[in-house]
Design a protein around this ligand. Sequence first.
Ligand code: AMP
Ligand code: ZN
Length: 493
Amino acid sequence: MTAVKKVPFHLTNTLTRKKEEFVPSDPPHVGLYVCGPTVYSDVHLGNVRTFTSFDVLYRWLTHIGYNVRYVRNITDVGHLLGDAADGEDRISKGARAEQLEPMEVVQKYTNGFHAVMRLFNNLDPSIEPTATGHLLEQVEMVQRILKSGFAYESNGSVYFDVPKYAEKHGYGGLSGRKIDELLANTRGTEGQDEKRSPLDFAIWKNAEPEHLMKWNSPWGVGFPGWHLECSVMSTKYLGSTFDIHGGGMDLKFPHHECEIAQSVAADGQVPVRYWMHTNMLTVNGRKMSKSEGNGFTPEELISGDHKLLDRGYSPMTVRFFMLQCHYASTLDFSNEALQAAEKGLSRLMAATDLLPNLRPAASSEVDVAALEQRCYDAMNDDLNTPVMIAELFEGVRIINSVNDGKLSLDQEGIDQLSRLFEAMVFDVLGLMREGAGAASDRVLDGLVKEFIHMRAEAKASRDFATSDRIRDRLLELGIQLNDTKEGTTWNKV
Ligand code: AMP
Ligand code: ZN
């Protein structure tokens, strides 16, 4: 039997725009930082897609033997509306709207975020730091940037001096932006007079008296700029240069570009070796977002209670739908695609359930090792989950043929296939069996309706012994039938 090659892993590094072999700086340790949610409202399904993509990265790196420290932050201050320098803080806006303390808003939506992550079977990160928990470190980083000469104080705020930095170190490499073009595209905005250049961004912002979240600092009362927290928290827990930094594509600019500039300016270190950016979940081609009004929450998705949804779908159906698309491609939401994913997932799970009962043959007609190798190759090729899933369906075809007695597989082959499915379906893709999920509920509903129909037929032919037996047997199984004027309904008891 040929041994399956499980490494090396290749990842598209968005910094170099190339697919590169992933070599950690201190194997077997891997440092992974992912920008977490801004906890001022419910997460929508687009956010879930991004965190699910990184969950699969985390699972895969762990599966191929790395010891991953996964840091995913909670943004609880500093992220302004419209990402502008002069917008209202998102958390403060939420607090005003809901008449809550800002920290109540933070707690409420952090809890909600955790519940959603669990629902979709996304693993907890190793560390989940908050921006407000790292204010001292942020102030210190501002001081280091001031000391290195790449920032200046103005009216109680501190701005990063982009043109000065760009001249020395270059700026825009990650996002492919050019300073001249950026300058040409800037419009006069309020508060800009404090800045030397419209490209400069606040690393510390002076707080107006009505501002809710503010702290004392060497520059007066204020709050940190949004980009600063990620620079501080990633390097605090993963070191001044760490392996992988991720986030949605929309964070490349300005957020991640500014992160690089801050770290280089403060500590003279390029912070990240591999950048990974995931693509967007869209609705009719438009990015799903809160402001577009085309975002729905996971709860709405499960209940089906939203204008975009024909009916409800289970969390694992949605996870499977997402993983059937490569993380770097856009994924357009549609009811048809979800229905297809539901069918595919139930075929996959049904085959997985058959595995323990397959009858071994004396010899094997199947090369399971080759199938296993193709699964590893797909995942090692930039986390190609759609190709890996297609390989698993080749496995499904084999399992069904063996079960039907049309193909022979020996005990060793069955064991190898079982291990492969256990690893890929559950550990790597993170799918779960859904006992009482939407799909199985629909099957149950269909079956009970069939019995109701049989009972009605028995009654019509005055076979009351049969009709009563159907009713009593269903009740023993926890299904109660109710005869009403409109017909017979059922419920679980
Ligand atoms: P936010 O809470 O807005 O900072 O977003 C949290 C994460 O979700 C970020 O990494 C965003 O890039 C990501 N995100 C936002 N909208 C979408 C979308 N429609 N599809 C995929 N990811 C998204
Ligand atoms: Zn971030």
